[in-house]
Design a protein around this ligand. Structure first.
Ligand SMILES: Nc1ncnc2c1ncn2[C@@H]1O[C@H](COP(=O)(O)OP(=O)(O)OP(=O)(O)O)[C@@H](O)[C@H]1O
Ligand SMILES: [Mg+2]
Length: 428
């Protein structure tokens, strides 16, 4: 068997920590088999090299290796990406397409961020794992494939199972062997080694002398918690390499690059819920904003897909009530402190959609090319029909309550102030 040292060289893995070596050894041992492997570990610890090692040491090495980031593919298209689709299976499926499980027959598929897979896709995946069978989307003909699966996750799978976001049976199928990559703070002996390697890479890249840390800077580097692990360490090595004129780096200089109050080597306190997040620096806030935006974008994609498929906005709204509320929020929030007696009523969630913004439409019209006209027309049509429905609902409620606004507002599940605004807006 190839030595661990040569694997490290081949895959540019730096580090001598026994826990890292153990993870690499495990990868080498399971490579020859077809056992499913789940790679776990915090973000940035280096999970992505494990499936590559497994594939390249296996009998599948001459067949395809496909890495799929499950978190980056919209829910509406992931089944088709993974399993392919038949011509006419859905709008836009103009021809039959092979999915990754067909293309990678005989090879390996790496399912990164596997915890993000939608539940329906998890069912299909379980079937492939159990007997190598799958169906293309829109087809009833069972196909066979011989694919080895390596998956990775940086989320707590037990939490996901508890919250019913991940199937327990699939988890056990995927994690026949689990390879855990420890966080950098548990591999302290490797931290300076990695920093020196990155500093040397960046000095070559930017054609500048290599930066050197003094003793105090080294001990600061080692004590730091590294929540973003090796990815963060490399970013900081790059920043210091580029920005510091004086190539001898002191602890004080280095301190300026490390996010605040995190120089302790105590174990990290990982918050479970978003609302409990304690942002100690701007970058974390930005990460959170980006993360939330990605979530919103995926939700919007899902909603758009539903609208295109169903062409029935009322049904789509009803079916996706929670999603709509999640994306658009509740426009009555501003009134919450004034109107305490307002009741939510899911049957009239139309009223919670944002009001049409004229200026937005005109910006789209002015600055976008022809290819956006389709989307624009849909948006205008939807807005129009939503408005009509809203007006109708308000009128009916006012009639039923004999013009009494407070009663109508309560029935509609909005505040009196919002109702007043809408009456004025629609001239009722
Ligand atoms: N031991 C190592 N030696 C050198 N570079 C490493 C090592 N481990 C990771 N890296 C580098 O650190 C970066 C992050 O690694 P990787 O993308 O594998 O993280 P990850 O565990 O998949 O994180 P995430 O869960 O966020 O996707 C990559 O650029 C990778 O090359
Ligand atoms: Mg990754």
């Amino acid at each position: 068997m190839e030595s661990i040292q040569s694997i490290k060289q081949r895959f540019e893995i730096i580090g001598q920590d026994p826990k890292l070596n153990r993870a690499l050894e495990k990868a080498m041992q399971v490579a020859a088999t077809d056992i499913s492997v789940l790679v776990t570990g915090e973000s940035g610890v280096g999970k992505e090299s494990i499936p590559k090692i497994i594939h390249s040491l296996s009998h599948r090495k001459h067949a395809k290796y496909i890495a799929v980031n499950c978190g980056a593919i919209p829910e509406g298209t992931i089944d088709s990406e993974l399993f392919g689709h038949e011509k006419g299976a859905f709008t836009g499926a103009t021809q039959t397409r092979s999915g990754y499980f067909e293309v990678a027959d005989g090879g390996t598929i790496f399912l990164d961020e596997v915890g993000e897979l939608p539940l329906t896709t998890q069912v299909r995946l379980l079937r492939v794992l159990e007997n190598g069978e799958f169906l293309k989307v829109g087809s009833s003909q069972v196909q066979k494939t011989d694919v080895r699966i390596v998956a990775a996750t940086n989320v707590n799978m037990f939490e996901a199972i508890k919250k019913e976001r991940f199937r327990e049976d699939l988890y056990y199928r995927l994690s026949t062997v689990e390879i855990n990559i420890p966080p950098l703070r548990e591999r302290q002996g490797d931290i300076h080694l990695l920093f020196r390697k990155f500093a040397s890479d960046f000095s070559q890249k930017y054609k500048m002398p290599t930066i050197r840390l003094d003793d105090n800077a080294v001990s600061l580097l080692i004590k730091y918690r590294w929540p973003g692990n090796i990815r963060q360490l490399r970013n900081i090595a790059e920043q210091v390499s580029v920005l510091e004129e004086n190539r001898g780096i002191t602890a004080a200089t280095l301190h300026g690059y490390l996010p605040n109050n995190t120089t302790s080597n105590l174990p990290a306190v990982v918050s479970n819920s978003k609302s409990e997040s304690d942002f100690s620096n701007e970058r974390e806030i930005l990460y959170k904003v980006l993360f939330d935006m990605k979530g919103d974008l995926n939700d919007l994609k899902k909603l758009t897909m539903e609208l295109l498929k169903n062409n029935d906005s009322e049904k789509v709204q009803k079916d996706n009530e929670n999603l709509i509320r999640k994306i658009y929020g509740n426009d009555d929030e501003e009134d919450a402190d004034i109107e305490h007696d307002t009741q939510e009523d899911s049957s009239i969630n139309l009223l919670h959609l944002p009001e049409p913004k004229q200026e937005d439409t005109s910006i789209i019209q002015d600055s976008y090319e022809d290819k956006y006209h389709f989307a624009e027309e849909i948006q205008e049509e939807e807005t129009l029909s939503l408005q009509e429905k809203e007006v109708e609902l308000i009128k009916k409620s006012l009639e039923r309550n004999r013009g009494k606004r407070k009663a109508a507002a309560t029935e509609l599940g909005i505040s009196e102030r919002t109702l007043y605004r809408k009456i004025k807006q629609y001239d009722l």
